[in-house]
Design a protein around this ligand. Structure first.
Ligand SMILES: [Zn+2]
Length: 681
């Protein structure tokens, strides 16, 4: 490793002199020849070619489209020299429980068309085809069932409350709604006798949601309802056209034909391995999710093609002798989001037991038109880990290298794809966010630390416009670098790496200190003390987590202890909490027979196991930095048989903003009544 610092004269307008324009940043954590080898092999263009195949499949969980994407990924992984390449087959039968996930049935759409017709059912000339599955598969809401219906269209507005149906007869008709099909059919079908739904629901709303009126959004029905229903998704332009015509008193007749069914099938996650040289019982995982609507380029063919590129690159560099075989194995997982991961965890406990850390990629290729911000996120406070600092250090390196290159001031490893952009990476190195399979790895049932790379927002997410054309191969190449560098570092991590790691962690900790002090200044004394206690415990916990990978040398322990003493001088020793009383003193432990988070796909474990009778208010709470789903996830994660309710309330308050202990208690009682946790002692 060679560090070269050149004095750079700057004019007052900060334009660097051309002659002094070759600055080089320091390669962190791994040897520079490894970085050079990765930079010489990684190809965003190769990743994009794989992405293009994946985006041609309509990849619903447990469907033929998903299977063809899975078979393709498996074939590529084999051709790249990976071992133990398996396309798994786990029941997707509507009843098997994978921890807190009830398996959904497979769903295979074959055909769907929606036509505007005359009152007698004959087609209008010129023909008006409203929607075609052949044209855009996203037009058919997931879990739609077969139908052949010719009926009038009735505008029910939202269609989610009785007043939307007042004075309207929708029996036997097709309802037009602005809301999600799954939220509309209970009233529209069961109570008012409708026979179909046309929806323009805006799922995954963001600042651009209603601006592209031609975008068609992915829609869903309830997977577990026995009722047979169907829903077509239309663009806002189509929707508004119908609203206007119906308001003007026009009669609109539609002919809907759907061939689709839910049926017992299999989940088909793919796994593959680059074997380790010696620590064969330990593996670093690279994960993504292979499912979603066609094209689904950024969400999430991008993450899947990128981890495949990591696999190709590391496999080739090892085979060519350019890098050594990693000590721990590197396992690659291409699941359907959440469901396949839970099915894998519960079906392959031997593999799961080897997982030491995961690098999860969900949307990592959005080019400028997508408006994406790229993030390299930390783990939750319930799972402090050094792994977060590793991913963010490589993220920061990629930011610096690409920024220097874009500015014309150097950048030795900007990772530019010949087919891609030269824009700097402005990766946000941020706190824990939820939203994909990394939630499962880090859940208290498994506690596998994660590096989460994702784009957010993305103006085209879950629409027919999430296209390969919007994907920047340079961005794929950079995400692949961060993933590959992190995987190799973690796979090779040993005791002697600890001092250099600790110096990276110490500077990251100081940045978090600044943020914590800033937040504390807005809080009450009691909440400020709780925040300080949580912060100090978190920083210490992250350091101690190194021991789960390798022994921490005494000299590093001494440096760290000296740092933590200095830290407490700056924060002040926080006041001890007042003695917990009443419900605040309750201690719960996890029922280890129920593994997984409460929020999974299409299935609500808590509602199902309390017969829908308990709807904890915490889940509707909006805190300073998080909402009910986030509080709920972390409250359960903090349950460990030691923390009392007051401790848990303080910890989630530090993470997401102060919350009333009564809401936390009510939620824990609900979890207890569902058998997820039990009173300890
Ligand atoms: Zn996704």
């Amino acid at each position: 490793m060679r560090i070269r610092l050149l004095a750079t004269a700057l004019f007052s307008c900060a334009v660097p002199l051309a002659a002094a324009a070759q600055r080089v940043s320091t390669v962190p954590l791994i040897p520079e020849p490894t970085v050079a080898a990765l930079a010489g092999e990684l190809s965003g263009a190769s990743a994009k070619r794989n992405l293009e195949f994946i985006t041609r499949q309509h990849r619903m969980r447990a469907s033929r489209g998903f299977r063809s994407a899975a078979d393709f990924v498996a074939a590529q992984a084999k051709s790249y020299g990976l071992e133990e390449v398996v396309v798994h087959e786990f029941p997707a039968d509507g009843h098997t429980m994978y921890g807190t996930q009830r398996a959904r049935l497979g769903w295979d759409p074959e055909f769907a068309e929606l036509w505007e017709v005359r009152a007698d059912g004959s087609r209008i000339a010129p023909v008006v085809r409203v929607a075609s599955f052949e044209d855009e598969p996203v037009i058919l809401a997931e879990d739609s069932d077969s139908a052949d219906v010719t009926a009038e269209l009735v505008d029910v507005g939202a269609g989610t409350s009785d007043k939307d149906y007042a004075g309207k007869n929708v029996r036997g008709k097709i309802v037009l709604t602005s809301e999600a099909p799954g939220d509309v059919v209970p009233l529209a079908y069961d109570k008012y006798g409708a026979k179909g739904v046309v929806s323009a629901a805006q799922n995954q709303p963001n600042a651009w949601s209603r601006e592209d009126v031609n975008a068609i959004r992915w829609g869903h029905l309830d997977s577990f309802e026995a009722r047979h229903a169907f829903a077509f998704m239309v663009s806002l332009k189509q929707y508004r056209g119908y609203v206007q015509r119906l308001a003007a008193g026009e009669h609109v007749m539609l002919h809907a034909i759907v061939k689709a069914s839910r049926h017992a099938a299999t989940y088909n996650p793919v796994t593959a391995l680059i074997p380790g040289s010696d620590r064969k019982n330990e593996e670093i995982v690279l994960s993504c999710h292979l499912d979603h609507q066609r094209p689904g380029a950024n969400d999430n063919a991008s993450g899947c093609a990128t981890i495949l590129e990591v696999a190709r690159t590391i496999s080739k560099l090892v085979a060519d002798g350019k890098i050594g075989r990693p000590s721990r194995g590197i396992r690659f997982v291409w699941p359907c989001e959440v469901e396949c991961t839970l099915a894998l965890f519960h079906s392959e406990p031997g593999m799961l037991a080897r997982f030491k850390a995961v690098i999860h990629m969900d949307m990592v290729g959005g080019g400028p038109v997508t408006k994406s911000i790229f993030h390299v996120g930390r783990g939750p406070l319930s799972l402090p880990s050094f792994v977060s600092d590793v991913g963010q250090r490589f993220g920061a390196f990629m930011n610096t290298e690409s920024q220097m290159y874009a500015q014309g001031t150097g950048g030795k490893y900007p990772m530019i794809s010949g087919e891609g952009g030269k824009e700097p990476q402005l990766g946000d190195l941020d706190e824990f966010t939820m939203g994909s399979d990394h939630e499962l790895y880090q859940e208290a049932s498994w506690r596998i630390p994660a590096i989460y790379m994702n784009d957010w927002p993305d103006r085209y997410i879950h629409t027919n416009f999430d296209l390969p054309a919007n994907i920047d191969p340079t961005k794929l190449q950079r995400a692949a670098f961060i993933g590959a560098a992190s995987a190799l570092y973690l796979a090779n991590f040993k005791s002697t790496d600890t001092p250099a790691l600790w110096s990276v962690m110490e500077s990251a900790s100081l940045r978090r200190l600044a943020q914590m002090l800033d937040r504390r200044s807005t809080l009450s004394a009691a909440d400020g003390a709780a925040l300080t206690r949580t912060f100090l415990a978190e920083e210490r916990g992250a350091f101690e987590s190194i021991a789960s990978f390798a022994a921490i040398p005494d000299s590093t322990k001494q440096s760290a202890n000296a740092y933590f003493a200095r830290l407490e001088t700056i924060t002040g020793t926080p006041a001890a909490p007042p003695p917990a009383s009443g419900d605040g003193a309750l201690v719960f432990a996890r029922n280890t027979a129920v593994s997984g988070p409460m929020v999974v796909f299409g299935y609500d474990y808590l509602a199902d196991h309390t017969r829908g009778k308990i709807v904890p208010k915490l889940l509707d709470f909006e805190g300073l930095r998080g909402g009910g789903g986030e509080y709920g996830y972390e409250v359960l994660n903090f349950v460990d048989g030691k923390r009392n309710v007051r401790d848990i309330r303080d910890a989630v308050s530090a993470e997401y903003g102060p919350v009333d202990i009564a809401l936390v208690t009510e939620y824990l009682r609900a979890l207890e009544s569902a058998g997820v946790i039990k009173a300890a002692k």
